[in-house]
Design a binder for this molecule. Structure first.
Ligand SMILES: Nc1nc2c(ncn2[C@@H]2O[C@H](COP(=O)(O)OP(=O)(O)OP(=O)(O)O)[C@@H](O)[C@H]2O)c(=O)[nH]1
Ligand SMILES: [Mg+2]
Length: 381
């Protein structure tokens, strides 16, 4: 199927012109509307995508040998893709999930906590648990700044404040990537993966803005999200505002071609389509598309702070069996009163934290994660 694009200010005349030139069999695949000009003189501008070979079946039966060869080639390519995805899925879906022992202790922690800790230590653990931190995670973090109290023979804080205790515990137990600082000329690639609607596209553009505006780097965007019509438009609009090149890539071959073209860029940000962590087939598809990249890439797994911890760990483990996840990027902090996942997820998965998003505004609502940021969030600063 060939696709032709017609543009203009009047939808009806665009369609009329296309039908005249392409024939009555051409049909509309989808269209986009843009508003151009300065208010109040704004005008609508239509971009309409037509399928040229509307009657593909007829063409197949009565078509030339060239047409038939083309269709046969496409079928071969599809078969090849299906077999590649099958390989990826069968090699990855049975990987044992790396859940550390300490998370599945199954004992009554409340009782344990009270026999082991006293005074301020108990108070701090209780505060963390109220904020959604798992008791077993809170205990391990608080323990870092405890000493044995001779009178009670229990562990109590030896830090001068909750803030100092938390900073010490978080620094010791949680890993952080720190702010990303890609260097000019090194072509650093970041890939954004994660379940549907967690904020991959929005937050990719927050980082892109930072690289363009603050670091003055040459940035390019690739989206593999050809699944939703609106997704390509979303990326195009953001890329237009930032004045950076963007590319839409549907398979590994196209990925290779595009990546080769981008030699002069400092940073490439790749947006992927949101997929359920139970959908092995679709995750395999993303992995196959990424295999076209001929340079190392850094994978950010995005997860909403709202997720129930055990579900989020399930997502992490399943994504991890497909992609070499380098860091966790948490989102929608503004939508929860229990931000405990900021500690639960990196502690349980042993993955480093990179960023947290705190709202919908691009580029403002983005924070680099560090022991200081998390301490402030958990102590309510
Ligand atoms: N409140 C809040 N909303 C956010 C945040 N980050 C993103 N969003 C919103 O979440 C919605 C989904 O964001 P997208 O960036 O499209 O999410 P996505 O992961 O790319 O979605 P798919 O491509 O469909 O998988 C949008 O309305 C965003 O504005 C955040 O930190 N807080
Ligand atoms: Mg998206």
């Amino acid at each position: 199927m060939d696709v032709k694009v017609y543009e203009g200010e009047d939808f009806e005349s665009v369609v009329e012109k296309a039908k005249k030139e392409l024939g009555e069999n051409a049909y509309i695949l989808y269209y986009e509307v843009e508003k151009r000009g300065i208010p109040p003189f704004r005008k609508k501008y239509f971009r309409v995508f037509f399928s040229v070979n509307g009657d593909d079946n007829q063409k197949l039966e009565g078509g030339s040998s060239q047409d038939i060869q083309k269709v046969e080639r496409e079928i071969e390519e599809l078969k090849q893709l299906v077999s590649e995805i099958k390989d990826v899925v069968s090699n990855t879906s049975n990987v044992p999930l790396p859940v550390p022992d300490h998370i599945d202790s199954g004992v009554s922690l409340d009782k344990e906590i009270l026999t082991e800790f006293a005074g301020d230590a108990v108070e701090l653990i209780q505060h963390l648990v109220k904020k959604g931190v798992k008791p077993e995670v809170a205990v391990e973090i608080v323990k870092e700044s405890c000493g044995l109290d001779i009178e009670t023979e229990k562990l109590d804080l030896n830090a001068s404040s909750f803030k100092e205790a938390l900073l010490k515990g978080i620094s010791a137990k949680i890993k952080f990537t720190g702010d990303f600082k890609p260097r000019r000329g090194e072509k650093t690639v970041y890939v954004f993966v994660g379940p549907t609607g967690v904020g991959k596209t929005t937050n990719l553009f927050k980082l892109a803005s930072k690289f363009v505006i603050e670091e003055d780097l040459n940035v390019g965007i690739i989206t593999t999200d050809t699944f939703k019509v609106a997704a390509v438009q979303q990326v195009r609009e953001y890329a237009h505002v930032l004045n950076v090149p963007y590319f839409v890539v549907s398979d590994s071959k196209k990925m290779r071609e595009v990546a080769e073209k981008l030699e002069d860029l400092d940073v490439i940000l790749i947006d992927t389509v949101g997929r359920s962590h139970y959908d092995y087939w679709r995750l395999g598809e993303i992995k196959v598309t990424l295999s076209g990249l001929n340079v190392p890439f850094n994978v950010l797994l995005l997860l909403s702070c709202n997720y129930e911890t055990s579900e989020a760990i399930e997502v992490i483990n399943r994504y991890r069996s497909f992609f070499p996840v380098n860091s966790l990027f948490l989102t929608k902090l503004d939508e929860t009163s229990k931000p405990g996942n900021l500690l639960n997820l990196p502690f349980i998965s042993s993955l480093p934290l990179s960023y947290v998003s705190t709202g919908q505004r691009v580029p403002e609502d983005l924070k680099v994660l560090s022991p200081e940021t998390i301490t402030d969030i958990l102590l309510g600063k």
